[in-house]
Design a protein around this ligand. Structure first.
Ligand SMILES: Cc1cc2nc3c(=O)[nH]c(=O)nc-3n(C[C@H](O)[C@H](O)[C@H](O)COP(=O)(O)OP(=O)(O)OC[C@H]3O[C@@H](n4cnc5c(N)ncnc54)[C@H](O)[C@@H]3O)c2cc1C
Ligand SMILES: C[S@@+](CC[C@H](N)C(=O)[O-])C[C@H]1O[C@@H](n2cnc3c(N)ncnc32)[C@H](O)[C@@H]1O
Length: 671
């Protein structure tokens, strides 16, 4: 299950031939994506009618209905399901659609294929606008203001289905099996797939498929599905559909990891949640929960975005690596999600271009020539993710002269964190209490009392702590290994020279195109420094660092009197492994008891699930990249709280779990 240390490379995209009637045909599998004569009607018949979808939506007992598909292809089944959802009257559950795909179509092939379905134009346009690059891993696409979620798992079915099943079940309501024909694409029709389907299914989950192949029928039956046949569409003889009647038919699986990250309990989706802290971490979670029709109360000790999230400009960073690691995988996954997230806010006018942020691209200097050469080859097929540029090529895009080669990220840019926070809190079901002082939590019979110094501000059965560097001061979380890192930014008034900069430049510091006449440049990075005063010497450090990155500006920057400069001091909240802490809060005492054996044998597999404090969740430790990591972190947390599938491999889910530090310390025999 672990991908760490394996080589990172973009996926091989689908190789398409176009038939005489302009239908896609796969060269890799020598098969058609759908019937050239009547693909749309056939998909509707086999999958939507075969799964009895509209009737089930009308009486679905959960807030969200989950379809999982093997083989996304052109997205036709997804678009049809989405359209049907839209046409279904309210009340209807939210639609969660997971689709697994190893060879995604290139965007131009997608566009050409979907142009063949004018009835789906409105939906195709939205999908094409959010369609990801062929980057391995999970891509969450949020549609219909969150009421429709598409999770694309771009990877081999075998890995993906194991990961999905490893979360322990009760996820999927309807399966669409749409690999190529079983004799041409046997990997999509394995016993292992059927077994994992049964594990990941909710009770009575359905399946539908175009094939009636005997071994598929037998495999599904063995996995516990009751299989029926129906007449095939058009000239085809038969297809299959059915329900999971016996979830226990599969023998229990041998555990390969200790499931310390999963809880044994599934509390119902809460109706109301209190969030402590109104920085980007808290505000993104507030919006993600509010979209799920949950009442949210954000309680902030000061003003919204007044601590770490108070800078005027920050850059959207990511991290590339030739090898998979939880750090680079999460960084990449959260970056592509953050780009879509901010792009949507900017293009819908919720945020104003140039004032609240700008996806203008960013260039990151690098002097690691060996890595640049290797990444240059790897990035050829994903130019919208990143490109390796020489200094001259970079200067063309930046509009200034600097001396280094490096990485160009066209989907990056700068954002103003406080604008994001304020915009996200503007929803009718979000209430904000500012200046509440240092809020504390007390356990009650019903859940939590949220207390300021002398009054109870609210009571809730679910609380999210998003208090940045101060998260460890709440609810006995002093054991969290969080570190506050001082950073000072400097406000640089723009000039004719500086305003030539057209995109963000990241060197040992960063500078973006000016916002309202000023560039916010930075930032210093000082551990164990609790001086909150602005220091002229730190402004000089910021100016000199910039000067060494852009020698043409040296004289102009040297002329600036740092004593007259304005700026800001903030604290980044960092974790020892540089990954954020996102997930349920562990009951440390019970963890130490239940997993004590790890002290003696770090590799031992212990079968008990983790014990978590009921109704208490955390999102913090976003370090120097909170603009990138918090939108995805918020989706993950909202999905956990609402019992929805998370858009993460299990490896990444564990890598960001706050409980990981207890397990790490037990394994090192340190606690
Ligand atoms: C100098 C500097 C430069 C940076 N540059 C970038 C950049 O270019 N790109 C980037 O992506 N990131 C950057 N970052 C990091 C980014 O700003 C942070 O990751 C992000 O702001 C963290 O958000 P947060 O919501 O977790 O924390 P915060 O914004 O600190 O929010 C936590 C909130 O909780 C409140 N709070 C704390 N305790 C309590 C309590 N007991 N009760 C009630 N409320 C409480 C605080 O008042 C605060 O408002 C930078 C950070 C700094 C300091
Ligand atoms: C028949 S097409 C799917 C058609 C699709 N549902 C649609 O609406 O266009 C089958 C898909 O399965 C994908 N596929 C084949 N082998 C795979 C594997 N091992 N893992 C994941 N996807 C695979 C193919 O790339 C292809 O896109």
């Amino acid at each position: 299950m672990t991908r760490s240390n394996t080589p990172w490379r973009p996926l091989t995209t689908a190789k398409i031939d176009w038939t005489s009637d302009n239908s896609p045909h796969s060269c890799l599998f020598d098969d058609v994506y759908y019937s050239p004569e009547n693909g749309l009607e056939e998909s509707e018949y086999v999958y939507l009618q075969g799964s009895n979808i509209p009737q089930r939506w009308a009486s679905h007992p959960h807030p969200s209905f989950c379809v999982a598909e093997a083989g996304f292809g052109t997205g036709l089944n997804f678009l049809l399901t989405w359209k049907m959802w839209k046409n279904q009257g309210k009340p209807r559950p939210h639609l969660h659609y997971i689709s697994i795909e190893k060879h995604p179509l290139r965007l131009d092939d997608m566009r050409r294929a979907l142009a063949g379905w004018p009835a789906l134009n409105e939906y195709s346009a939205a999908l094409l606008g959010a369609y990801p690059e062929p980057i391995p891993g999970q891509h969450r696409i949020v549609l219909e203001d969150g009421a429709v979620i598409l999770d694309l798992w771009l990877q081999d079915i075998e890995q993906a289905i194991e990961d999905l099943a490893s979360y322990g079940g009760d996820i999927v309501d309807a399966w669409y099996l749409d690999g190529f024909a079983p004799d041409r694409n046997p990997e999509m029709w394995t016993e292992r797939l059927f077994g994992c389907m049964a594990i990941a299914s909710r009770n009575n989950a359905s399946f539908a498929t175009f094939t009636a192949a005997g071994h598929v029928r037998r495999g599904l039956t063995r996995a516990g599905f009751q299989v029926s046949k129906s007449p095939g569409f058009g000239h085809k003889r038969e297809n299959m559909y059915g329900r999971l009647t016996d979830k226990s038919a599969m023998p229990p699986r041998r555990r390969t990891i200790t499931p310390w990250d999963l809880s044994g309990d599934t509390p119902p989706q809460p109706q109301a949640v209190v969030i402590i802290g109104a920085g980007v971490a808290g505000c993104t979670v507030a919006a993600a929960l509010a979209k799920r029709d949950i009442r949210v109360h954000v309680v902030e000790s000061g003003r919204v975005a007044s601590a770490g999230s108070g800078n005027d400009q920050g850059v959207l960073y990511t991290r590339l690596s030739q090898k998979h690691s939880p750090l680079s995988d999460f960084s990449l996954q959260s970056f592509t999600f953050a780009h879509r997230f901010y792009q949507r806010l900017l293009s819908s006018g919720v945020l104003q271009q140039g004032v609240d942020g700008e996806i203008c691209g960013s260039f990151h200097q690098s002097d690691n020539l060996e890595e640049l050469a290797a990444m240059n080859l790897l990035l050829q097929s994903v130019p919208d993710l990143a490109r390796v540029l020489s200094a001259d090529q970079a200067n063309e895009l930046l509009g200034i002269r600097q001396l280094s080669g490096g990485y160009w990220y066209p989907h990056s840019g700068w954002m103003r964190p406080s604008s994001i926070c304020h915009a996200l809190l503007e929803r009718p079901n979000i209430r904000v209490t500012e200046n509440a002082g240092k809020v504390q939590l007390a356990k009650t019979d019903r859940g939590w009392a949220v207390k300021s110094e002398n009054q109870v501000l609210d009571e809730a059965d679910c609380v999210v702590i998003a208090a940045g560097t101060e998260s460890g001061l709440i609810a006995d979380l002093g054991w969290l290994p969080l570190q506050a890192i001082r950073g000072q930014t400097s406000t640089l008034a723009t000039t004719e020279k500086f305003s030539e900069l057209r995109a963000a430049l990241c060197h040992r510091g960063y500078i973006s195109p000016a916002r309202q006449g000023n560039h916010c440049i930075g930032a210093t990075f000082d551990l164990r420094d609790d001086d909150t005063n602005i220091r002229a010497v730190d402004h000089r450090r910021n100016l000199d660092t910039l000067a060494s990155a852009v020698p043409d500006w040296q004289a102009a920057l040297a002329d600036i009197d740092e004593h007259q400069m304005k700026g800001r001091v903030g604290y980044r909240c960092a974790s020892p492994d540089y990954l954020p802490l996102v997930g349920p809060v562990p009951d440390r005492t019970l963890f130490l008891q239940n997993y004590a054996a790890l002290r003696k044998n770090a590799r031992q597999i212990i079968s008990s699930p983790g014990n978590f404090i009921p109704g208490l969740y955390l999102t913090t430790g976003h370090g120097s990249r909170g603009l990138t990591s918090t939108p995805l972190a918020a989706e993950i947390l909202a999905s956990i709280i609402c019992n929805e599938p998370v858009p993460l491999s299990r490896e990444l889910y564990r890598a960001i779990s706050p409980a990981r530090f207890i397990i790490r310390d037990l394994r090192r025999n340190k606690v």
